[in-house]
Ligand binder design. Sequence first.
Ligand code: NAD
Length: 498
Amino acid sequence: MTTIGHFIGGKHVEGTSGRFTDVFNPATGEVQAKVALANEADLAAAVENAKAAQPAWAATNPQRRARVFMKFVQLLNDNMDDLAVLLSKEHGKTVEDAKGDVIRGLEVCEFVIGIAHLQKGEFTEGAGPNIDMYSIRQPVGVGAGITPFNFPAMIPMWMFAPAIACGNAFILKPSERDPSVPMRLAELMIEAGLPEGILNVVNGDKGAVDAILTNPDISAVSFVGSTPIARYVYGTAATNGKRAQCFGGAKNHMIIMPDADLDQAANALMGAGYGSAGERCMAVSVAVPVGKETADRLIKKLTPMIESLKIGPYTDDKADMGPVITKEARERILGLVDRGVEEGADLVVDGRDFKLQGYENGHFVGGCLFDNVTNEMDIYKAEIFGPVLSVVRANTYEEALALPMNHEYGNGVAIYTRDGDAARDFASRINIGMVGVNVPIPVPLAYHSFGGWKSSSFGDLNQHGTDSIKFWTRTKTITSRWPSGIKDGAEFVMPTMK
Ligand code: NAD
C-alpha cells in the first residue's frame, strides 16, 4: 500500500498527525493508497519553508521566473501520458479527458510565461511640479490554494502558476480524494528549476484548511469546491484578514431555441452532461427546450444516445465516461434520482441499476435523463454532480431565460440558436459569469478569466487571466519628488587640470 505524505521545502515528508484517509481507484472500488491528513504543525512547517524562500524568489528577475514555467511546460508535455494515467487512476475519468485536465492547467502556465509584461506597473510623469507617480505590483508573500477533486491538475495550476510567477511562495492543499497528480506537479516544478520552498503541497481535510485560514503568515487564499465550503472559506479567510477568492457549485442550463440545429444541440448535451460522469463545475445539468415540438424532438434524439453511452474504467479507451469519485457520491446521486421520481419527474432513461461486469464494486452510475422537471423540485435546485440531465420545458424564450436567471447558482450557461438577436439579448441580460452561444461548456481560455456569479463565486477577482495577476499581487503607489540637486551644480565641461 502506497502512503502519500506532503511535499515541503522541495522534499517528500511524512507528516506528524498520524491521521490518514483512503485514496480509492473509483473503477474497482479498491483502496490504492493512504494519504496523510496534515495538522497545524505540518502546515506551519510548510509556511516556514515558504516564508524563508519567498524574498529571494520575489527578487528574481521576472524573465528568470518565467523560464521556470517554460521548462515546466516542456516537462508537462514530456510526462503527459504518465500524468494522465495517474490522474485517471485516482479520479476515474477517461485518459483522454485526463489529458484535457492537464492541458487546461498547462495553458495557464503558458500564459504566465508573459509575467514580465503582465506584472508591469503604471507611471505618470509630472503628476505635480517635479512629481512623478508610479504603481508597482508586488507579490502578497505566501499564498494558499484549496482545490476540489474534479480537476486535480487544472485547478492547482490555475492557482499556483500565477501566484508563483508573481513572486509568491505557495501552499497547495489538494483534494484528499486524488492527491497524486498535485504531488507530481510539485516535483516537476523543482525539476524545472523552482527553488525549494516556493511550492509546497500539504495534504489533508478540514483540519489542514482551518490551519491555512488561521495562519497569520498566509496573506491570500484561493478556493474551488462546493458552495457551502466556499462560503465558509471566504468568511473565515476574511475574518482573519486575508484576501480570498472562492468558487463554488453550479447548475448550468442550456437553452435550446426552436431554430437551433438539434443534432448539434443533442451532441453538445451528451458531452457537456455526461462527460467526466457529470462531475464538472461547467457540466450542463439542465436542458431547456423552448416549445413542445423542440422538447419532444430533443428527448427523442437524446434517449438512444444516453442508452448507448459507453461506460467503463479508464483502462478502456473506448469509454465515453468513467465512474464517479466515491461510493458516497454514487449513493448521493442515486438518492437524488430516487427523489426526482418521487417528486413526479419522468425518468426517461434510468441508469440506477448499471453494473459493469468485472467491476461490480466500482463507483459506476449509468446515464439518467429526466423529462418534465419543474423549478420547484429538489433535483432542479440541487447540484447533482453526476451523469443526470434534467429537461425543463419552457413555452417561450422569456420563460426559458427566467430559469437560469432565478437559479441560486450562476457559473455557466449556454444558448443554442441560429438567431443572432436572441443570442445577443441572452448574453446581455443573463446574470451568469460564463456564457456560451452555440458552445456548451464556455470555459474561458487562460488569457481570459474564469469565474461565476451568485452562489458560484465569492470575492471579486477571477481565476487566471489578468485578474489572477491582480489577486496574487498588492499594489504599491509611489509619489516621488526630487528636489533640485546635483544637476544645478553639475559641470558640463570636460574636467581638466587647468
Ligand atoms: P468540496 O467542497 O467537498 O472540497 C473542496 C476542498 O475543500 C477540498 O480540498 C476539501 O478537502 C476541502 N473541504 C471539504 N470539506 C471541508 C470542510 N468542512 N471545511 C474545510 N474544507 C473542506 O468539493 P469537491 O467535492 O472536492 O468538489 C466538487 C465541487 O466543486 C462541486 O460543487 C463543483 O461544482 C465545485 N467546483 C467548482 C468549480 C468552479 O470553478 N466554480 C470548479 C470545480 C469544482
